[in-house]
Design a protein. Sequence first.
Length: 422
Amino acid sequence: MSSRTQHGGSAASRVFLVVALSAAVIVAVLAIALVLDAERSERTEAEEVTRAVAESLAALPEVGDALAAPDASTRLQPVAEKVTTQAGVDFVTIMTPDGIRVTHRDPTQIGRHYLGTIPETAAPYTEEFTGTLGPSVRTIVPVTVDGAVAGWVSVGVTIGSIWSKILPRLPFVVSIVLALLAAGLIGAWLAGRTTRRVAGDLPAGTIRDAVASYESVRTLGEALRAQTHEHGNRMHTAVSLLELGRTSEAIEILTETSRQSQDLVDQVAARRGGDPTVGALLLGKAAQARERAIEWSAEIDPDAPRSVLSPVDAVSVVGNLIDNAMDAAAAGSPPRWVRVVFASSASGPAGLRMEVSDSGAGVDPDLRDRIYEHGFSTKATGPEGRGVGLALVRSVVEDAGGTLELRDDPTTFVVTLPARPA
């Protein structure tokens, strides 16, 4: 029986929900991006149009002449109204050098001061400003006569007009959004259906248990294979030495093998309430380390309690951490070593503390989150890491109420787990 509580819907339902929500979020972001892009495009066009109209009008000689005449408003108001209609802008305001309006869309505003920025230098200036017609994009251009500023021309397009040009585009945007959303929902349905065909109605926790079981069988199988292989090699060597008459050397090899294994066996056996499956795993991993020319050491406190993890989950956690450590040590420079510690937790409620250290080059801080999220090998910088191994370890440990910590110098994974009730 797994130590984890099975809850939630089936894996297929979760896959459908995750994919569907992801599609909805992507589509919503795309819709906002399309609308904002349309608004930016219309605003840019408004800036270009107002500048072009203002510069053209300011360059007309009759505008400069009229500004110097006493009846400037009478002469220029019809010109401003005509340009407003023909150019498709919302207002054309002509004013004196100090900003007193000579023309305006609302004739009652003529003679009042211009509501906007008048540049300190005689140069065109574009801005968004809230005036008598509301927020607008406007460009003000100087009217010069004989090199002196004779007045100003301001041409503007209201923000309301800009959005009125965007509205006709919305049906197209909506059609794209709906098509993408439909495609996303179809994809979510297909993903859920495929998952259901593979996993049936199993909850996600059950599938994770299956993965943990597979990882446990794999790592335990690799450890036992290494142990068998090592013993076979040593036996063949001892037999060959005996055939050559070198009895003392044969005895030395067999004795060393027995001593190394017996030390670990004694530690495992001395641990009260220990998991025999984990003990067998440690013996196999010790042989695997020697096979890979990695120095192995284990410190097992006799008083270290057994954790709440099932044998399958315990083998999955211990095996993946040791595999990760041996990969990191093998990739580093000599001396290569791996150290495993089982002890009682130093603080808090009674529990098991397990540490797995290696001689690798240390952990790049930028990789910490990637290690936890994606299960990359400690020293990996890309997809060549151990796949789901460390991610599975984190999931199992956290679901059991424990913690997983990564330390540097040397690289050490520290797992703390609640103790199994007596």
